[in-house]
Design a protein. Structure first.
Length: 352
């Protein structure tokens, strides 16, 4: 944990400022320690370089146990229990799903940079220079990584154990802070120039409430962006994948589903090989009728991860353009723009 993050973090319970006590350091960064609220006295552990801005009962049990085993004699008594409000069942399952996913597929790949640019179009890398950015639901940190590469100071936060992968991928980069936190109880000051959430809001138990929490965090004149699944162009996914297939796969153990997803990933990959062959031999007119063309430029591992993401996530929500536009209006954003990505999803831009 870099010292500078204390200018950004606050207590999620009372919005008080925080004091840091380091138990161990690596160069100038805190590896393990405690953050204590100056106002209400709440304590939050810093474990493996990541501030855990959650009640102890919402932090990975084995991680917390190791922390207490090593530093229990230095931890305030109020943190020794496993109290705190328990997450709802859907929230817990979603956190577990993404925690498994991003630690099973933790590699940032070259193609992720262009994918990120496709999500945020028409924004360019130059937009990020010298901005303070919040990546809400950062997963394994790919968007955090590229935002920092393009010159931003970035806070990536996630509820799940995906923060472990995010920290490995970019937590040591200058100007990057990885935080474990809850979108419904945000532990941040209103300092961000740009708040983004890509592929996260539509998986929440209460999506619009999560969106409004992000809007509430925005300061005057800051920019916001969210990417959401669209209902348009999703007939097969909504009626077949959601209505039939996912009823079984969302109940499977994650490890079993991980291996089963080699099957659809192999189908994608084989079809893409045929597609690329036909395109390379003057038969693009035939190739365009093949399915799964969107994956043709991606590595097999990305197809495996996409298959798992499709089949494992406990809940997906889909929105029309009018619904997304209404979100922006209800949040009283200015300069609202809702644009389509490939006719299957929506980009919502707005200014506070």
């Amino acid at each position: 944990m870099k010292p500078g993050v204390l200018d950004i973090l606050i207590c999620p319970d009372c919005s008080g400022g925080l004091l840091a006590e380091a138990f161990s350091k690596d160069e100038n960064e805190m590896e393990n320690g405690i953050l204590s609220c100056r106002k209400c006295g709440m304590h939050f552990p810093v474990i493996s370089g990541i501030p855990r801005m959650l009640p102890p009962g919402m932090i990975n049990d084995s991680l917390m146990a190791r922390f207490l085993d090593e530093y229990g004699d230095r931890v305030p008594k109020g943190m020794l229990g496993t109290g705190g409000k328990a997450p709802g069942e859907l929230k817990r399952k979603t956190s577990e799903s993404f925690g498994f996913q991003w630690n099973a597929f933790p590699v940032i790949r070259k193609e992720h940079e262009q994918t990120f640019l496709n999500y945020i179009a028409p924004l360019k890398p130059s937009f990020f220079r010298h901005k303070l950015v919040l990546d809400a639901g950062c997963g394994f940190g790919r968007h955090t990584y590229f935002s920092a590469k393009w010159g931003a100071e970035v806070v990536g936060f996630d509820l799940s154990d995906a923060v472990e992968a995010a920290y490995r991928n970019c937590g040591r980069m200058p100007g990057v802070h990885i935080v474990q936190g809850d979108i419904y109880n945000l532990p941040f000051r209103r300092k961000f120039d740009f708040i983004m959430s890509i592929g996260v809001i539509h998986h929440l138990p209460k999506p619009k409430q999560g969106f409004m929490r992000l809007v509430g965090l925005a300061r005057k004149d800051s920019d916001l962006f969210v990417w959401l699944y669209g209902r348009e162009g999703r007939w097969f996914k909504i009626h077949v994948v959601e209505g039939i297939i996912r009823r079984a796969t969302t109940r499977m153990p994650h490890r079993l589903l991980y291996y089963l997803c080699y099957v659809p990933a192999s189908i994608y990959h084989f079809t893409n090989m045929v597609y690329n062959f036909l395109n390379g031999h003057g038969a693009s007119g035939i190739a365009r009728y093949l399915p799964f063309k969107d994956w043709a430029k991606f590595a097999f591992k990305s197809k495996h991860q996409d298959a798992f993401d499709l089949l494992a996530t406990p809940v997906n929500n889909y929105y029309t353009r009018e619904e997304v536009l209404r979100w922006g209006r209800d949040a009283r954003l200015r300069d609202i723009k809702v644009t389509s990505l490939d006719g299957k999803s929506w980009r919502l831009f707005g200014k506070k």
